[in-house]
Design a protein around this ligand. Structure first.
Ligand code: CA
Length: 698
């Protein structure tokens, strides 16, 4: 009996051991496959480097004594070693499994193991070198001949650097990554489990911290919008790891996978239009060439195909969207979203994207730093990204006039002003928010920056966006302007459906009802305004906005359209309606949009064709908006929609501090006369929309 028991116990242990071995082998194979597929070009150089390796195991052109901070020359040794190993373990390589190459690999590996090369920058010692060694050692497991155990042990010892628990963000993940490699090399279960815990740690919703937020925006460098840039690195790094451990006991759990996929599918991918992402979500990265073009993102989706094959249709569709320059209206969608944690709104349609970036004393303004984004002063002051085709703003940043950023109300300086504060700073205003029912909504922000005060509001309907400004006040000596757009010039600029632009630069007093169409975007003027317009070449350089980039001149023709508020405006206003994705303006449709108020107290619009009323109420009081009389005891952003015979009310608190709001709503024609007390969302949901379907029009 006892003997049988011992037999079963030891058999069980053996079985578990075999399963562990299988798990490690499987993960290592996934790492091999990934490295192999992403480094196919290394072969040619591998032959050259193999020939150039000296008998000591060093390369004579590498400065091994260097301690340099940014580009550290000894790191190149590990890069070359990795290339040699890839050539050795890749079946399609000329020197696949060849003894001659193996000998060189061993020489170079020993050279690294027997020396202790260090940079004065900890990043190379604690992140870059251990990661490179880890990949080399894992790949060598696929060679015919292995690295001798003693040499491997020496190299593994060199990997024992850095502590993921003391670091945050990308640094934490990078250190955990080489712990992960080391665990695979040593087949150490405990080490693998703790590395995985660290690697998947960022997949969680956080409030008041950097990372993935409850509104599914991504914030980094304080509460600063970084859906691309840092958010993008989060997607790339974690999808890779999740793919490595797929189909093993270390695979990501359903809960984390859901969060990750929601950010990828509902936040990140939708704001890419024909390969080009909204410039609003890239922070200081917009001062880098080519950054808005996202054709490398297919790699994330390919990893997702491995991680979550059940959703293969979704991933295939995403890859198709990124891989080809599909026609601009390929994706049928009608999605409106307000990110109350990120102070950001997206309005996505088949025919266009129209997104707005705002800020408040809860979020950071866009940062400059490391000499990047030198002129980005106004990048969070109600900035509108209007895309029909996709590349409207692609690489335009070097030639931009930076105090006429699309959507903003600013002082118009003679020359662009530098953004002095580095690494982001909270905005001054408390009022910033939006209401949304998932399809349409309203967003608003009270700008208080650079001595300019402006109450800016966007009323998003199915086809049109009504943009209102009120309370525009500035006592500085520069004139104040509101910029409707500043985008690449593409095709003619046509006034009122018939007059092509006669000069490349003009100032014009437009009458109520006039409009302009350029590059399939219509701009309609519901009231008389003084308009400035240029459609001509602008000159700049990448260096101008990013000190580590080229001083070579960059030029291109730009369409720039703005309102002149003159100098020293007091309670100035503006109104314009943007209709993107059209060839000609439908003037009759414009008559259905009623602007009822645009004052410091209230801004309100009614879309009569859609039976939608929207309001941004800054001062409590009673306001008439079409058939509705609305009384409120707090500042609110609200909209009333009608579905069959039922009215629906959506409300949001733009200060994110109230517990309740009390509204009295009267609509005689709709037979409504009700008082409602609405409990507003709190904590991480403060500022999000609360809805009430309650007002009957019987
Ligand atoms: Ca200017």
């Amino acid at each position: 009996m006892k003997a049988i028991l011992i037999f079963f116990v030891s058999f069980g242990l053996l079985l578990a051991k075999a399963q562990d071995k299988q798990t490690f082998d499987r993960i290592k194979k996934h790492v091999y496959d990934d490295e192999h597929s992403s480094a196919m070009s290394a072969n040619n150089r591998a032959t050259v480097w193999s020939n150039q390796l000296t008998e000591t195991g060093a390369w004579s052109d590498i400065d091994y004594a260097s301690k340099s901070i940014s580009l550290w020359p000894p790191g190149e040794h590990l890069e070359r070693l990795r290339a040699l190993i890839l050539a050795y373990v890749s079946p399609e390589s000329k020197s696949y499994q060849q003894k001659r190459l193996y000998d060189k690999i061993l020489l170079a590996a020993k050279y690294w193991a027997n020396n202790r090369f260090e940079s004065t920058n900890w990043w190379h010692n604690e992140i870059a070198s251990p990661k490179a060694i880890g990949v080399c050692l894992i790949l060598m497991k696929f060679g015919k001949e292995r690295i001798p155990a003693a040499v491997e042990a020496q190299l593994v010892k060199l990997m024992e650097r850095g502590d993921p628990y003391t670091k945050t963000g990308a640094n934490k993940s990078d250190i955990a990554m080489h712990y992960f490699y080391r665990a695979l090399i040593l087949e150490d279960e405990n080490l693998l489990a703790s590395a995985m815990e660290q690697l998947l740690f960022p997949i969680q919703l956080v409030d008041g911290k950097e990372g993935l937020q409850y509104d599914f925006s991504y914030l980094q460098h304080g509460p600063q919008l970084y859906i691309a840039g840092y958010g993008e690195e989060f997607l790339k790094g974690i999808s890779k790891v999740m793919a490595y451990v797929r189909e093993t006991s270390y695979a990501v759990d359903k809960n984390k996978l859901d969060l990750f996929e929601k950010f990828l599918l509902e936040t990140y991918l939708p704001i890419i239009r024909s390969r080009y992402i909204d410039f609003n979500v890239h922070g200081r990265g917009i001062s880098r060439p080519d950054i808005l073009r996202k054709d490398q993102e297919a790699a994330i989706l390919q990893q997702m195909q491995l991680i979550d094959p059940a959703k293969n249709d979704v991933w295939k569709k995403g890859i198709a969207k990124l891989d080809s320059l599909q026609s601009f209206d390929a994706v049928d969608q009608a999605v409106h979203k307000h990110y109350w944690k990120g102070d950001y709104t997206t309005h996505l349609r088949k025919q266009f994207h129209f997104n707005v970036r705002m800020a408040s004393h809860r979020t950071n303004k866009s940062e400059s730093g490391n000499g990047e984004n030198m002129l980005g002063k106004n990048m969070t002051d109600g900035v509108t990204n209007i895309q029909v085709f996709g590349p409207e703003y692609y690489n335009i940043m070097p030639v931009w006039e930076w105090d006429k950023i699309p959507g903003t109300t600013t002082r118009d300086y003679r020359g662009d002003q530098e953004l002095k504060e580095q690494w982001g700073k909270l905005a001054a205003n408390g009022f910033s928010g939006g209401v949304s029912n998932g399809q349409i909504g309203v967003s608003a922000m009270k700008v208080a920056y650079d001595s300019v005060f402006a109450q800016k509001a966007w009323f998003f309907f199915d086809k049109e966006i009504v943009c209102l400004g009120s309370g525009i006040t500035c006592s500085a000596r520069e004139p104040v302007v509101t910029t409707l757009n500043q985008t690449w010039l593409n095709g003619p600029v046509v006034w009122n459906g018939k007059e092509p632009l006669s000069a490349d630069s003009l100032l014009r007093n437009v009458k109520q009802g006039e409009y302009i169409v350029h590059n399939r975007v219509g701009y309609y003027f519901p009231k008389a305004m003084k308009v400035g317009l240029t459609a001509k070449e602008q000159l700049g350089s990448w260096y101008r906005i990013n000190r580590s980039r080229s001083k070579d001149p960059v030029r291109g023709k730009v369409f720039k359209l703005w309102f002149e508020h003159a100098t020293g405006p007091v309670d100035g206003t503006y109104a314009y309606i943007v209709v993107p994705g059209i060839e000609r303006m439908d003037k009759t449709a414009m008559q259905k949009l009623k602007i009822w108020h645009n004052t410091p107290a209230v801004q309100a619009v009614e879309h009569q064709a859609l039976a939608v009323s929207q309001a941004v109420i800054h001062q409590p009081g009673t306001y008439q908006i079409g058939a509705w009389s609305i009384q409120t005891d707090k500042p609110v952003i609200l909209q009333i929609t009608k579905d069959d015979d039922v009215f629906k009310l959506d409300v949001a608190d733009p200060f994110q501090k109230e517990k309740t709001v009390r509204l009295h709503l009267v609509n005689k024609k709709g037979k409504v006369n009700e008082t409602v007390e609405i409990a507003l969302p709190q904590a991480e949901y403060a500022g999000s929309t609360v809805s009430k379907t309650m007002l009957s029009s019987h």
